[in-house]
Design a protein around this ligand. Sequence first.
Ligand code: HEM
Length: 336
Amino acid sequence: MPLMPSLDRLRTRTAFVRLTFVALGLLWVIVPSGAMVRLTASGLGCPDWPLCDGNVVPASTGHQLIEFSNRVVSAVVVAVAILSWLVARRIPDGPPALRRWSGAVALTTAAQLPLGGVTVLTGLHPLAVGAHFLLSMVTLALVTLLVLSALDWRAGRRRGWDRRRGPLAGIVALMGGAVLVSGVIVTAAGPHSGDDDVTERFGDFLAAVEVHVRLAIAFTALAVILIAWVMREGGTDRLTSLMAKIAVPLILLQIIIGEYQYRNGLPWGVVLVHVSVAATLWVVILVACLGIIRPRTEGSYGLRDATLWQGTHRTESGSALSRPSGISAPQSTQTP
Ligand code: HEM
């Protein structure tokens, strides 16, 4: 089947939203899949790259199979990320946000291939392993922005800025990122940093855990204040409220898992759950915070980017929303 007509079928609003959800799902799956490789010490199951022991398909030993399966999932993720970008480029008069976020997702996903190669070729250096994980968290954030932009485009919705609650929501999202980075440093200093035979770790494990736990507590406190504020005042859309409600129990669950794994010698199955919940929580907190920073406003505006404004608006809660200067009025365009 020729490629271009197939791409054109995915240009409708509903099909494109589905495609972005598939990309989000795959970019989530790759996190536990990659963690599985690290935690079962299968990273050098295929000592070369991109082949596995000189073969396209590996012999069926456990480590080789785990590492090779992760490489296959990675290839599918890269293909879907590039597909989303190609489709977004072919949407006539679609919002620039679709092209921007899908391009960034494709770029950062494709960058994982050489970074994965460097990770293997450096003998699973803890810093390379950590960089690999953090880049996937960046991509997860970008694909979340893509999904939200696609949903707005499908509904023909516009958004403003909440100057009152937005700054705290921004700080909560940044703190979430800081907890992820500190967790990666704990991992680099701990027994699951990369290759099982490596005895020299990166940094001091106990000091890293202390920083990680303090950041997690500060993040939890700020998130609870933000969510209590939003719940009391209302004025957020359904998706944002849902994510805000899910966030608190998920954070508490993550803290319990973190404590349990720390006190029980870091069993790899539990660490795998800690990593998976971290990726889920990252998406949940981003959706909640972005929905608070940029609340929906009444009315629709056709297919233009969500940053277009006609005047200063108020949210349902009465929060004042700013108008970026020099931005023109909304324009209606045609549905592809
Ligand atoms: C909001 C709460 C938390 C989040 C989002 C979070 C997230 C993370 C992340 C992303 C990692 C790195 C995973 C990797 O590199 O593959 C990590 C590692 C770790 N976390 Fe947390 N964490 C949280 C709370 C806690 C708490 C309360 C503890 C208690 C001691 C804890 C203990 C650990 C330990 C020991 C590791 C290293 C695991 C390993 O060796 O692989 N975490 N965390």
